[in-house]
Write a protein that binds this ligand. Sequence first.
Ligand code: NAG
Ligand code: NAG
Ligand code: NAG
Ligand code: NAG
Ligand code: NAG
Ligand code: NAG
Ligand code: NAG
Ligand code: NAG
Ligand code: NAG
Ligand code: NAG
Ligand code: NAG
Ligand code: NAG
Length: 394
Amino acid sequence: MLSSFTASLFTGVFLARSLLSCQAAPTEFSGVGAVAANLTYNATGDFDPTKTPANYTPAGGIVPMEPNPTYHPLSDFDYQSLSLALYHEYIEYDLFNYGLTKFSDAEFEEAGITADYRHLIRFMAQQEIGHIELISNMLGGDAPKACQYKYDFESKLTQWTESGVYGFLNHLDSRAAANLLLQSITTEARQEMSLRQLQGLFPYPVWFETGLPQSFAWTLVSPYIVTCPPTNKKLVWQNFPALHVVSPPVATNFTNGSYPQYPNGTYMYPAAVSTNRTLPMSLPGQIVEFAWEAPGKKIGPNSSYTTATSAKGAPQFAAWISQLNVTYTPLNLTGNNTGATYQPSVHLYNDSTQQVINGSSFVVLTDVALPLTPFNLSAINEHIVAGPAVYSSG
Ligand SMILES: *[C@@H]1O[C@H](CO)[C@@H](O)[C@H](O)[C@H]1NC(C)=O
Ligand SMILES: *[C@@H]1O[C@H](CO)[C@@H](O)[C@H](O)[C@H]1NC(C)=O
Ligand SMILES: *[C@@H]1O[C@H](CO)[C@@H](O)[C@H](O)[C@H]1NC(C)=O
Ligand SMILES: *[C@@H]1O[C@H](CO)[C@@H](O)[C@H](O)[C@H]1NC(C)=O
Ligand SMILES: *[C@@H]1O[C@H](CO)[C@@H](O)[C@H](O)[C@H]1NC(C)=O
Ligand SMILES: *[C@@H]1O[C@H](CO)[C@@H](O)[C@H](O)[C@H]1NC(C)=O
Ligand SMILES: *[C@@H]1O[C@H](CO)[C@@H](O)[C@H](O)[C@H]1NC(C)=O
Ligand SMILES: *[C@@H]1O[C@H](CO)[C@@H](O)[C@H](O)[C@H]1NC(C)=O
Ligand SMILES: *[C@@H]1O[C@H](CO)[C@@H](O)[C@H](O)[C@H]1NC(C)=O
Ligand SMILES: *[C@@H]1O[C@H](CO)[C@@H](O)[C@H](O)[C@H]1NC(C)=O
Ligand SMILES: *[C@@H]1O[C@H](CO)[C@@H](O)[C@H](O)[C@H]1NC(C)=O
Ligand SMILES: *[C@@H]1O[C@H](CO)[C@@H](O)[C@H](O)[C@H]1NC(C)=O
């Protein structure tokens, strides 16, 4: 079934209200002005009182000297990243509306989702209108328009949006645009938490939210985009071959992310501010089996994208991307496009109680085990055979 709530709202209309283009009054600063960053800065806590860019402002930083900040993309990188975020905002708006119409009030009530909570979901949809308008304004007249979608999944969509943006936010050339995007993505983070609560899940099972490269986010979202208007320009991001978690299976009591029921139909975990689930979704040390697709599949809007890989040969590792870490586990090939590994047991810090893999993490299969950290994670793209798959744990 095709879904296009967004299209009905935005067909043909470009929302070009220039909320942020007003010229600010020139501001007087009584300091030495901008001071460049220092790559050999000595982090002792002492500061140089003769080098303050403005009153009570320490040297360095991107201090607010610019009277008319540029809330626009400053490079292809910025444009493509903001467009990707806009594609996500559109589908979220659509999905919230779709979700509200898919279930009856009685079905919602059974899962503990009261009329008040349904209003919250409706409000989330309205927030997306604001986010769509914001990003469209920053991109200008050629901003991508809303598409038509299909859903056949239990959605982790808000989580990808959030993680997808965290991955590129600090790589943007336009600091001003990044500022506004941050202010929208923190709202999405709140939505994500509420959606977990509405599913009777623990609200935030991690210490750090994961950041992802843009091509991960595009790979995850594009299968659900059916057609886009002809005016939408093609995005640059890669579509990796799909990766499926075959085992643990999705439909057991242990892995049903949302709404497991007792045999009499009563929900085990109705909506709640916080829920301790006694049945874990998966555990460290358990075997995880994967199946993946070969590259070359047509996918995404109008099937106009093709899955591709730059990896050299068969996958050797599963890379578990979660919180601040990339954890590699050896992959045993079990067939042409199937393999198995163990869910790792690693703690965030050596002395911490927090498992790195808890809640939703992202798994890709790679040809090598490249040591990476959050700010250079995109370097993994060249080595991905398939993925990401969203893996539920804890
Ligand atoms: C950078 O920091 C180092 C260590 O404190 C200092 O020696 C150097 O003068 C600083 N450079 C500049 C340009 O401020
Ligand atoms: C950094 O600060 C420490 C402590 O004040 C000092 O001993 C050291 O010489 C400083 N290093 C540089 C490069 O300024
Ligand atoms: C995608 O398909 C739709 C529906 O067939 C069509 O209206 C639209 O022009 C196509 N878009 C592109 C970019 O080809
Ligand atoms: C799920 O739990 C119910 C109730 O405890 C049980 O009857 C059923 O067999 C379980 N199903 C699976 C697939 O584990
Ligand atoms: C888990 O989800 C599947 C698919 O939606 C459903 O058929 C099954 O009844 C669920 N299991 C429980 C225990 O609710
Ligand atoms: C359904 O079964 C659960 C678990 O046995 C029980 O707690 C609950 O009260 C039952 N609900 C109804 C409506 O009978
Ligand atoms: C919730 O889970 C924690 C950690 O496993 C446990 O310490 C606590 O006792 C549980 N609380 C309840 C009410 O089950
Ligand atoms: C996870 O990342 C943190 C921060 O970079 C690092 O300190 C820690 O050692 C990593 N943990 C593991 C198990 O690699
Ligand atoms: C693996 O691929 C080869 C070549 O395409 C094919 O002949 C073989 O049947 C496949 N094996 C399995 C287990 O699918
Ligand atoms: C992979 O193969 C090695 C060597 O045979 C074996 O020790 C390991 O248990 C296998 N891992 C999985 C997940 O099956
Ligand atoms: C954490 O533990 C690993 C393995 O024991 C060790 O190599 C590493 O140095 C430790 N890191 C810290 C920060 O203690
Ligand atoms: C994992 O998440 C659950 C909630 O889903 C939480 O209760 C638990 O403490 C977390 N485990 C670790 C080891 O951090």
